[in-house]
Write a protein that binds this ligand. Structure first.
Ligand code: NI
Length: 149
């Protein structure tokens, strides 16, 4: 495993749209392990491909002690009810702010072997998925931030 460099805001990589993963091979698995290591080392809750310079639809998260890896994630349902809460991002150091996110979402994704999975979750999980999926579309939380906190 190896630590990867975290790309910071201002780098155009963070503004590009990511491509779908089509090969579920060892290269992907190494990348996933590196992303977990990089996220944990930096005390993050989530990390998306572009944040390590990889323009592919890959997300890792650790929420409430549970690890998730999502390949080609797609939010297929979201509640109309939203919650305002604080967010930060390893690519936007020393900025925190309030963002509205759906209270509950359902996400469909593939695991590291290419099998499809669907998870419904709320609150912090929902917030984290929305934040990371935004990364895959070149969107940063500061674009949606209501105010700094
Ligand atoms: Ni982020």
């Amino acid at each position: 495993m190896a630590l990867r460099n975290v790309v910071k805001m201002g780098d155009e990589t963070l503004r590009k749209k990511c491509k779908k993963v089509e090969k579920f091979d060892e290269n992907l698995w190494v990348l996933l392990e590196d992303m977990f290591e990089t996220m944990n080392k930096n005390n993050g809750m989530g990390l998306a491909g572009p944040q390590v310079g990889i323009l592919k639809q890959i997300v890792v998260m650790e929420v409430n002690g549970a690890k998730f890896e999502m390949i080609n994630p797609e939010i297929i349902e979201e509640s109309t009810e939203t919650i305002d809460d604080e967010e930060g991002c390893l690519s936007v150091p020393s900025t925190h702010g309030i963002v509205a996110r759906p209270k509950e979402i359902t996400v469909r994704f593939q695991d590291r072997y290419g099998f499809f999975m669907v998870i419904t979750g709320e609150d912090l999980f929902a917030r984290c998925v929305c934040h990371e999926v935004d990364h895959l579309n070149g969107i940063l939380f500061v674009d949606k931030m209501k105010k700094k906190s």
